[in-house]
Ligand binder design. Structure first.
Ligand SMILES: Nc1ncnc2[nH]cnc12
Ligand SMILES: [Mn+2]
Length: 569
């Protein structure tokens, strides 16, 4: 960017590269909507106001102009797409920047996974700012494919100065109990004066004060207005989440006021490929928020200037001189259907289509990551003598929270909506297999399985017969990872995820179509959950209440400890 040329255009002494004429510009600083022209030079906004000279002019009379949308917290891997395929899907929706936490692939492939994501994210019409994963593995109650310590975090920040900071610090008990390894990671971010993102579901009172006192300044796991308000009052930025498995917008939106709006951001966290294609990304969150009554200009601020300021993203988040010309043209401020998307002053998408092809980077380093132990006989369950109750995980539709329920052996049947759940260690570390019981999948027969199982991404299976559970596991292992639904010894549907067992090498529509076939197959097996594979993928995540299962066994996520499956009443 040549400062002198930008000055000339700003002063009207030279024509803009592109002139966006007579647009209704949303001013994220004053909340006004003003009819103005925008002159762009060398990829930045040179001036906003009265301009009439441009090499190329777009007449935007009657059209709204907003800054490119920013997702404040996303795990790209949850879309099962490569960064390029993800960008191809979200940029036409007006999303030009995301703040990503790559802990999914780092849990599987370590720093090689992080290097892959960073290399695969260059040359895209989407800015992907990678936070450094703070919790790999998420806890010491699971086996991941890699581990990240303060040493790796320190060197990452030195090697990647554009990283906004440390990704969600999920080990909130470790923070409150002054675990030195945990505090060391926090110190690494503080010494680099970087943002520390949080993850503290249902943490409150003095422990929440302690957690925030360490410099953790944002959080996205609030599921109620009261929980979000307490964190807001204590100085946290609230990332309001509308993902595929966790849909928290409607319960938190009521706390948003003119006064506290600057401290609220939008994040998707985890979006399934089908939801990306059928609903959208942050544009979908804006659409939904405005349909629930949120002022559209405040909605735009929460998805542009607010995250840009919080993560110190240079020159992003506004239509103003000196800011990056990441701009979105909209017919109205209700549907948020982008008509045109500019990235650094280049028209990159029009009418929901990307205008240029994207690079396909080398991905050998993140393939062949599934290594299964012998499975025969590993999925059997027998009630031990003297025990007369089973500790069962109950799943809830549209939530990643689970409940712990106790069920008598006679009711541990498909007719009572009980299924087996198994987690198989698949990184070749120890061959662990843990088996538990789950309620809420309504699986009448067969099995569904996945190597997407937050955050260690072992192989998780929910099924009604050991044979089908074994078949599902072997089907997935044969494609280097993925999802499968099987029944009666036959494979009903499968979705290969050859990159780290998390990511497909196909485009979004193809992946969404395969994902839809899997949902159909799961429905055929009796499953009625809206996102069965996404819900199953969170059963292994011990940092979200209440009861989880990892390759080491059942985990009481309220007390961060392993617990027995069978108990005596
Ligand atoms: N909501 C979430 N999505 C993906 N990984 C997570 N790890 C902890 N919380 C998570
Ligand atoms: Mn997350």
């Amino acid at each position: 960017m040549c400062i002198e040329s930008v000055i000339d255009v700003a002063r009207g002494k030279a024509p803009a590269d592109i002139l966006l004429k007579d647009a209704l510009v949303v001013n994220v600083f004053t909340g006004e909507i003003l009819k103005q022209s925008v002159a762009v030079k060398d990829g930045v906004v040179a001036g906003v106001g009265y301009y009439d000279r441009g090499e190329e002019t777009f007449d935007l009379a009657g059209r709204y102009l907003i800054p490119g949308l920013i997702d404040a917290h996303i795990h790209i891997e949850s879309s099962m797409l490569t960064p390029a395929a993800f960008a191809a899907e979200v940029v036409p929706h007006g999303v030009t920047t995301v703040v990503a936490d790559p802990h999914e692939i780092v849990n599987v492939a370590g720093l090689a996974g992080l290097d892959y994501m960073i290399k695969a994210s260059s040359g895209l019409p989407l800015d992907i700012f990678y936070m450094m994963p703070s919790c790999v593995p998420a806890t010491n109650l699971e086996t991941a494919g890699a581990s990240v310590s303060k040493v790796e975090i320190d060197s990452f920040f030195k090697k990647h100065p554009r990283s906004p900071g440390l990704a969600e610090m999920m080990n909130y008990p470790g923070v409150c109990l002054k675990d030195q390894a945990v505090l060391g990671k926090i110190r690494a971010a503080r010494e680099s004066r970087l943002v520390i993102d949080g993850h503290a579901p249902q943490l409150s009172g003095r422990d929440l004060n302690a957690y925030i006192s360490t410099g953790i300044t944002s959080e996205h796991e609030s599921v109620s207005a009261a929980e979000a308000l307490e964190k807001l009052r204590l100085g946290m930025k609230i990332i309001m989440r509308e993902g595929s498995a966790a849909r928290n917008l409607i319960s938190i939106l009521p706390i948003v006021t003119e006064k506290n709006c600057p401290n609220i951001l939008f994040g998707c966290d985890d979006r399934s490929p089908a939801d990306l294609v059928n609903e959208g990304e942050i544009d979908f969150v804006l659409r939904k928020a405005v349909s629930y009554g949120l002022d559209p200009v405040m909605a735009v601020q929460m998805a542009t200037i607010n995250p840009a300021r919080h993560y110190n993203l240079p020159g992003l988040g506004a239509v103003a001189p000196g800011y990056r010309a990441d701009l979105v043209v909209l017919p109205n401020l209700a549907d948020f259907q982008a008509e045109m998307v500019f990235k650094e002053g280049v028209l990159v998408a029009r009418d929901n289509k990307l205008l240029a092809g994207l690079p396909a980077p080398e991905d050998k380093s993140v393939r062949n990551t599934v290594c299964l132990p012998e499975l025969r006989g590993r999925f059997e369950l027998d009630v031990p003598a003297g025990k007369n109750l089973a500790r069962v995980i109950e799943v809830l539709p549209d939530q990643i929270l689970t409940r712990c329920v106790f069920v008598r052996p006679a009711e541990l049947t498909a007719a009572h909506d009980i299924a087996r759940v198994a987690v198989v260690e698949r990184h070749g570390k120890n061959g662990n297999v843990a088996v538990g019981l789950v309620r809420g999948f309504r699986l009448e027969n067969g099995a569904i399985a996945s190597t997407v199982a937050h955050d260690s991404h072992n192989l998780i299976i929910v099924g009604q017969s050991a044979g089908d559970m074994e078949l599902a596991a072997r089907t997935i292992a044969a494609t280097g990872g993925g999802l499968a639904a099987v029944s009666g010894g036959k494979v009903l549907a499968a979705l290969p995820l050859p990159l780290a067992g998390l990511i497909s090498d196909q485009d979004a529509r193809n992946v969404a179509a395969q994902h839809a076939e899997l949902h159909k197959a799961a429905k055929k097996l009796g499953c009625t959950l809206p996102s069965p594979f996404m819900t199953m993928s969170f059963l292994a995540l011990p940092v979200i209440p209440e009861l989880r299962i990892t390759d080491m066994g059942l985990v009481d996520a309220n007390h961060f400890q392993l617990v027995d499956l069978w108990v005596r009443e």
